[in-house]
Design a protein around this ligand. Structure first.
Ligand code: TRP
Length: 336
């Protein structure tokens, strides 16, 4: 039986935080250990250039993200873990796809539409002001990421569903013109996938500046947890776990039994100071061993690089012959 190819990319801007961990990294690493899947996970560094023009940040983020995934126990004997830019066939494919994608389809992409409506709302008379072609055609690069490996399943956040549908459209168009080369991918949305709350109670997200970095040193982790907003109920007053940020974060790291116990403590009026301490200890206990591995990896980037190189080699063993086939299909070949 051929295994389902599960593929997802991580844009290399920013430092992984607890929300990324719970929502994306933890389930992806669990899947990497499942022999029923053939996972492809990659650092989407060419995607990073769409939003970030600071080379040092892109470089640092690639390092941190790779170290994070390895420290958390990604099984690279099963999963292919690589850097997008180490697989140049992806960009070649992106151009082939660009040539069969209608501009109208890209006009409907929500990232582009949001940028246009920001311009319109600010009274700008050029609706495209400040919008780079990279942002406009980014769903095509994403389609190339996916179609290069004929991925069956693509785990993504809800905001990315439209892009997977576009990848299917583009694949269908290419297949229609040049023959059946691509599998149509499907988005996988983790319905019970936890959306973690951040320091201010809104969804934990870099854009809200309310994140807790995953591998923050212990002291800083404690400090950040102490900053989480609560209401002003005193110790001893019964508290409602629903809608409580501390409780919802705790939930993402706890078993059913632990949850029942904490609910009980809320009913008994646990003080916010004590709950913060409990939450800190609970998260810290689960993160500490991986944090140690992370720190060691950050001190030995050559190990990270070696992993990425061996991932790229496995990826290119697939992408290079497939691209040769695609070049032939579109009429790009040596004359003699
Ligand atoms: N655009 C995705 C995001 O912002 C990241 C990404 C790039 C991706 N290429 C991909 C995800 C291919 C899945 C498949 O989250």
């Amino acid at each position: 039986m051929t295994k389902a190819i599960v593929l997802t990319g991580i844009t290399t801007t920013g430092t992984p935080h607890l929300g990324n961990y719970v929502g994306a990294i933890r389930p992806a690493i669990a899947a990497s250990k499942d022999p029923g899947y053939a996972p492809f996970y990659f650092l989407a560094d060419y995607h990073a250039l769409i939003k970030c023009h600071e080379p040092e940040k892109v470089r640092q983020s690639s390092l941190e993200i790779a170290a994070t995934w390895l420290a958390l126990g990604l099984d690279t004997s099963n999963a292919v873990f690589y850097r997008q830019s180490d697989v140049p066939e992806i960009l070649e494919l992106a151009w082939m796809l660009t040539c069969v994608t209608s501009k109208g389809l890209m006009n409907r992409a929500h990232a582009y539409k949001a940028a246009v409506s920001d311009n319109e709302e600010s009274g700008e008379n050029d609706p495209d002001k400040g919008i780079a072609m990279g942002l406009f055609s980014y769903p095509i690069l994403m389609a190339a990421d996916i179609l290069m490996f004929n991925a069956n399943k693509v785990p993504v956040g809800k905001d990315q569903i439209q892009h997977i549908e576009m990848a299917r459209d583009i694949a269908g168009r290419f297949n229609h013109i040049y023959g059946e080369h691509f599998v149509l991918p499907e988005a996988v949305i983790d319905e019970h996938g936890a959306v973690l709350s951040g320091l201010d109670g809104r969804k934990m997200s870099k854009s809200y500046n309310n994140t807790i970095p995953l591998f923050e040193p212990e002291k800083k982790l404690r400090k950040l947890i102490n900053k989480i907003k609560t209401n002003s109920l005193e110790p001893g007053e019964p508290k409602d776990p629903n809608g409580c940020t501390l409780f919802s974060i705790y939930q993402a790291f706890a078993t059913a039994g632990e949850m029942a116990h904490i609910r009980q403590r809320y009913a008994e009026g646990i003080g916010w100071g004590e709950m913060k301490q409990t939450l800190f200890e609970h998260i810290n206990e689960q993160i500490a061993p991986a944090r140690e591995r992370y720190e060691a990896l950050m001190q030995a980037p050559e190990h990270i690089e070696a992993e990425l190189q061996s991932g790229a080699e496995k990826a290119r063993a697939i992408s290079a012959p497939f691209l040769a086939e695609l070049r032939k299909a579109v009429g790009i070949a040596k004359i003699a």
